[in-house]
Design a binder for this molecule. Structure first.
Ligand SMILES: Nc1ncnc2c1ncn2[C@@H]1O[C@H](COP(=O)(O)OP(=O)(O)OP(=O)(O)O)[C@@H](O)[C@H]1O
Length: 742
């Protein structure tokens, strides 16, 4: 043990008492010694003292618990303070909804009661005899001063004649006065009744009589009678949310420990909101996953219980919103564009409603959309909203491929540039053709935008509203919907190429105004290419069965982060899903539900808008859509190659190609002077240009042009060997087979 001591710090404790722990310093080469309690501290500060000391244990806690200051506590309090102005006064939509509801409510109640008023009158008239009897009895009692009778009887029994006489005299005086009052009121009233009967029209007499009987009926009603006016209660109203209920429900999920309420339970829109810190170590995600159990524990309908996590606070923070009214039993909320209005795809379109009933908007520009969910979870209704919103923008070109073959999206057909409904080979071929054309269109748009001066593309090379308006550029929004796209992606012959092109479009097309919308009921690796699920920017995941499907639609790790579409019941909550505009912007939304008949009417409106704007194109304008030409220059050369020739001069081949496909090859040999009028230099330049063009076109296919001498057919010039062409045809066939096998 060490023999050198140092003074322990002044503590203000009583000398002699235990003051703390000291630990010996080891000498060099010595192991640390054990702890010893110092029981005495020298009096003089700074004086070396004897004893054991000295290493203070390293502190892991703060010296004193941190007590937030006034500013800190009040800042935190202010940060959590409820809004000064309630949400229904700040939110125009909520205010309008409330105001409309109040007007509708009283109009409806008024109409309801007015139609039942004859029944109420009959009920009153039926009670009028009792009312007459009751009033008559009261009048007779008053007239004869019945209340005084016991007093008179008592006076008579008491043997005091003087008192009795006095009481009788008083009563006689009172009853006489009452008789006179009755006569004074009754006689003119009777006269007035007789006069009214004689003078007034019979309807007025009848109305008066009914009113009189109704008044008598009112007098004849008792508190135990059935109410005159019909009332009803609404079982859909939920009882108020209490902290006990929340705590017990969370406990019922097996989350044991102390639950803290961050704020008092408060009204939030058409429901109550409780913000809770779960017991330490418990994650909010767990409660989210067990939403059905939570609703069962609270004994409330599933559709009224909406737990959310609040990762910005901490992973154990749960925000529980409980609807006051069961949305499943409430009337459907109508899509705001149901009966009027149009859209501009550069702005938000109304997509659906959040659990609080507020409209959720979606901006489709510069994005693409993937929707997934089990059959019957509401994908078609979700995609219908998007398709109709696109249709209502008269400048949006619509390509719709409904690959279930149900005809669900037929309402938008009249405005579609291209529309296909079906799941056969021909429909899949058509879907692939559309993707090829979209890729070609993307290339065209890229070139157009690349050629624009910088001031036209101020924030980067992409489509802007002012560019979309210019008809000469052709940069208007193009909405391409592939509903139940797994039909195409799984197709043996076309699936691979379709998936490859869709992947490229998802990655590159959105900046150029091409909006790809893909829905699938089978979000797995085969039906939904990984490149799509990895790169899509907006996602709407309806009810799914597991983590893999969830993350295929919503993106990697979303399940782990508590964004779980497994919580939805596809039957009771069809159309409800997680809408993820990015991995950090997720919310629960129920897509607006539009019935077929309503969609047909909206489709007609969209057609009228486009007819007026002169923007109908493609099939909608009665044009036939030619399939995309996928043949190459190799196929064309094979088609024009003269039989029996092993070699050909390039210039002759190009002339043959220009005759075969004038739009493609005509420009290669276009000249101001006809060839027969050219001088030899011009002819040479003409031939060289044709040969160079062909050589460049053949290069990607591995076919090289070289000097070829053909006796009696122009001598020595650049040309192609038939064997090289055949080899290229063979290579292309092998590549196609590999593609299909892969
Ligand atoms: N947003 C919604 N609101 C209310 N009910 C809805 C909603 N969406 C769908 N439904 C109901 O769910 C049913 C199935 O919806 P839908 O046909 O859109 O599902 P789906 O996922 O496309 O099914 P499938 O994969 O079989 O084609 C509809 O007939 C409708 O009754």
């Amino acid at each position: 043990m060490s023999t050198e001591f140092h003074r322990a710090p002044e503590t203000g404790r009583t000398p002699g008492g235990p003051l703390g722990e000291v630990i010996t310093f080891p000498r060099p080469g010595q192991q640390p010694a054990g702890r010893t309690t110092v029981t005495e501290v020298p009096d003089q500060p700074g004086e070396p003292v004897e004893g054991e000391v000295v290493e203070a244990p390293r502190r892991v806690d703060a010296l004193a618990p941190h007590r937030p200051g006034w500013m800190e506590t009040h800042q935190a309090r202010l940060a959590e303070a409820p809004a000064v102005i309630p949400s229904y006064l700040r939110n125009r939509q909520e205010f309008t909804d409330n105001a409309r509801f109040i007007v509708e409510y009283y109009a409806r109640m008024g109409a309801y009661q007015a139609t039942r008023s004859p029944i109420y009158l009959l009920r009153l008239v039926g009670r009028s005899p009792r009312g007459i009897g009751r009033l008559l009895r009261r009048w007779l009692c008053w007239l004869n001063d019945v209340e005084a009778k016991p007093v008179l009887a008592h006076a008579a029994g008491s043997g005091d004649p003087a008192a009795w006489m006095q009481l009788v005299a008083t009563q006689t005086k009172r009853t006489r006065a009452r008789r006179n009052i009755s006569l004074a009121v009754g006689a003119p009233a009777a006269l007035a009744v007789v006069a009214a009967v004689v003078l007034l029209p019979s309807w007025a007499v009848g109305a008066g009589l009914v009113a009189l009987l109704a008044a008598l009926g009112l007098a004849g009603s008792t508190s135990t009678d059935k109410p005159i006016i019909d009332r009803w209660t609404s079982p859909q109203f939920q009882r108020e949310l209490t902290s006990d209920e929340v705590v017990q429900a969370i406990e019922a999920l097996g989350v044991k420990g102390r639950v803290d309420f961050v704020n008092p339970i408060q009204t939030d829109g058409p429901g109550w909101r409780a913000e809770i810190d779960l017991p330490p170590g418990h994650l909010a995600e767990r409660v989210l996953e067990e939403r059905a159990k939570l609703a069962a524990a609270m004994r409330r309908p599933l559709t009224t219980v909406w737990p959310e996590s609040d990762p910005e606070a901490h992973p154990g923070r749960l925000v529980l919103w409980v609807a006051k009214k069961d949305p499943a039993r409430s009337p459907r909320r109508l899509w705001p564009l149901m009966t009027s209005g149009q859209t501009n795809l550069f702005e938000d379109i109304p997509f659906g409603f959040n659990p609080r009933g507020q409209v959720v908007g979606l901006n489709l520009m510069y994005t693409n959309l993937l929707m997934g969910g089990v059959p019957g979870s509401g994908k078609t209704s979700g995609v219908m909203v998007v398709a109709l919103a696109g249709a209502l923008d008269p400048h949006c070109e619509m390509w719709v491929y409904e690959m279930k073959g149900s005809g669900d999206l037929d309402p938008v057909q009249p405005v579609c540039h291209r529309y296909v409904s079906g799941d056969d080979d021909e429909h899949c071929a058509s879907g692939l053709d559309a993707l090829r054309k979209l890729e070609k269109e993307l290339k065209r748009r890229k070139e157009v935008i690349a050629a624009l001066p910088p001031d036209q593309v101020p924030k980067g090379r992409k489509v802007y509203p002012h560019l979309a308006k210019r008809k000469d550029l052709g940069l208007h929004p193009l909405l391409a919907v592939f509903d139940e796209a797994h039909t195409l992606f799984e197709h043996e012959e076309f699936g691979k190429e379709a998936a490859d092109i869709a992947g490229r479009l998802i990655r590159k097309a959105r900046a150029y105004g091409i909006i790809l919308v893909i829905t699938t009921q089978r979000p797995d690796a085969k039906s939904l290419p990984k490149v799509i699920s990895d790169n899509v920017s907006t996602r709407f995941c309806l009810a799914v069965t597991g983590q893999q499907a969830n993350d295929m639609v919503l993106g990697t790790s979303m399940y782990k982060n508590g964004v779980r579409a497994t919580m939805f019941d596809p039957k009771k909550e069809a159309g409800t899903g997680w809408l993820a505009k990015s991995s950090h912007d997720t919310q629960i939304v129920r897509a607006a539900f539009i019935e077929q008949a309503e969609a047909i009417e909206i489709g007609k409106r969209a057609l009228a808008l486009r007819t007026a704007a002169g923007t109908l194109t493609g099939e909608a304008a009665g044009q036939a859509i030619e399939p995309e030409d996928t043949t190459t220059v190799i196929d064309h050369l094979v088609a024009v190659w003269p039989t029996g020739e092993d070699t050909m001069h390039s210039v002759r081949l190009v002339e043959a190609l220009a005759a075969y496909r004038p739009e493609t090859y005509g420009p290669w040999i276009q000249t101001d002077t006809p060839v027969q009028d050219m001088d030899p230099d011009q002819v040479r330049a003409y031939e060289t240009r044709a040969a160079t063009m062909l050589s460049a076109a053949l290069k990607p296919f591995g076919v090289h042009t070289g000097q070829i001498t053909k006796r009696g057919a122009g001598g020595s010039r650049k040309g192609v060997k038939r064997a090289d062409l055949q080899a290229a045809v063979g290579r292309a066939a092998v590549a196609d087979e590999d593609d299909q096998a892969g």
